[in-house]
Design a protein around this ligand. Sequence first.
Ligand code: GLV
Length: 332
Amino acid sequence: MPSPGASYGRGASQEKDGGPPSRVLIAAELRDLLPEDPLPGYEVEWIAAKTPTPKGDYVAIIPILSRPLGDPELAGLPDLKVLAQCAVGYDNIDLEAAARRGIPVTNTPDVLTESTADLAWALILAVARRLKEGQEMLAKGEWTGWNPTQLLGLELFGRTLGVVGAGRIGQAVARRGVGFGMEIVYTDQVRRPEFDLATGARFADLSSLLGQSDVVTVHVPSTPSTRGLFDGERFSEMKAGALFINTARGDLVDEDALLASLDEGHLGGAGLDVFSKEPEVPPALTNHPRVFALPHIGSATTHTRRAMAALAVENARAVLDGKQPVTPVVHR
Ligand code: GLV
């Protein structure tokens, strides 16, 4: 079900009473991923992420995830017919505020599943095999030669991969885990029988998953009920030496508690693509020898980013034409 109040039945006229074409706002960062005239018949205004959302008679907005869109911004966009987020996550958008105004919200799922799962695996492998420490050893000229006890990591084959949130991305990460010879355990709001059958995955509650997983990988959205989910208590429930991987959202994690657990030597390492106050990243995390940190590049392949931008435009176009969007956000 789309957002309550969302209406797809009143397409925006491209030309207002024979006047100039209707205006749309598109994130300037998407420009190189889109054709020159992405929405023929509409006048595009490109807004850079740092520019506050302008007020005006815009009929569509295609933002990236760093742009907050709630009551204050939507109040200045009285003609808005669609909010077509170019990301799968939409925690920057106040869905209630959009629904109250009857503005449908769309996102870009599916097209980024495989690239994001690949990046989760890049982090799993990097942390399990201590790639950062190895690379630094070479860069600092500290390598003295092959040593049988040097940089010993975690062997993944036969270990357990705990998937927190078995939606599209969580399942894609798990499928790769099967290829690496890992047992899969997952937690979610619902059981996923087809996934169980395909991967041999076992369903568990979160505490049980944390207690049995050698690698925990997080794939839940940021919502009021998941924010801060990984606190000191959760980290202490994890197995000693286990690895924590987050390619979802930074605010799911209490970063101080994560750091404390790493410093105590309880957690064996962390792979992080997301942070709670992006683009600020606590230096203690990025500099930690057992943390492999990346600047939110989960879906960053040319193929995927082009597909995301194209899907966001397709969603906007559909609603402006009075049709159902391809991938509406379900707002409960
Ligand atoms: C990226 O984080 C996204 O939500 O697409």
